[in-house]
Write a protein that binds this ligand. Sequence first.
Ligand SMILES: [Zn+2]
Length: 354
Amino acid sequence: MVSQWARELHFSSIVVDTHSDSLVWTLDEGEDLADDLAHRQLTLPRMRAGGVTAQFMAAWVDPGRLGPETYVRRTLDFIDAMHRTCAAHPDQIELAHTAADVRRLKAEGKLAAILCIEGGHSIDDDLAVLRMYHRLGVRYMTLTWNNTNNWADGILDEARHGGLSDLGRAVVREMDRLGVIVDVSHASVETFWDALETGSKPVMASHSSCTQLCAHLRNLNDDQLRAIANNGGVACVTYVPQFVSEGLRLQLEELGVTGTEGEATFRQVSGELVLPAYTEIVDHVEHMINVAGIDHVGLGSDFGVLLAAPVGMEDCSRVPWVTEELVRRGYSDDDIRKVLGENVLRVMEAVIGE
Ligand SMILES: [Zn+2]
């Protein structure tokens, strides 16, 4: 049981989750997020049960499966899926454009959805497309997914630009100008440093954990965490089990599973894998707090398409257990509220405006 103290703290707080790929089920399977589907990690009923105030919902176009000619269309399909969901359930969920929207929706007892793009290839190398995505509600974009695109190197692909190209730097400047948060999750280390050097606004790492605790390439090392703190940004711990547990990462490496969120092999061997406990997620939160400071840490579950989740954190209804564990470790109410959502809202205010 989550203690009464932690429950009251959690459900009175703004809880922001900075990454989910759940829209893919609406788009490709015709599912409705408002239905309480037992096999899904994130639904509207589960968000309510987990006290999630605001959810960043990603448009992710798989560059391994789809060609460049589909990138814009498929991104728009994702955005449309979110708009349709909000239109179908105006009493339950609304699209939020600003931190103030999130606070208003919390007060009204509604869920907030915030659109985001996972992978800079979605803009098809065109700043005009980026500007139109912003108009449709997109509030962050990861500069890359795992792939290297035409202007930025991704973390699990060949480096072609040594970080950001000239166009890549122009993209970052235009994002800052528009108020689209520069998200450095999935970026190569060189892209990360180029983005911080080029940009003038706080950045976000929407779903990455700590290299110091788990050496997966998708995680952030301590120098990166300190740089995000100096930049005024926020790093959001992700629950992807092989980014949380070094033991699991090594086990998968031995089995030859080197990808990230979705691998057929992972599915085949999942019975034999040793999954981390949800408290190990909080180990990453604590490490980030120790390195970057309490003002620069958030939560970015990646619920939606995970093939496995940490034990005790199977879906978003379990998020109060993070609060419970932070209370147990002695953090103050104010500090816990920062991690749960206030830090992300601060970055939204700084980049997007009021
Ligand atoms: Zn991702």
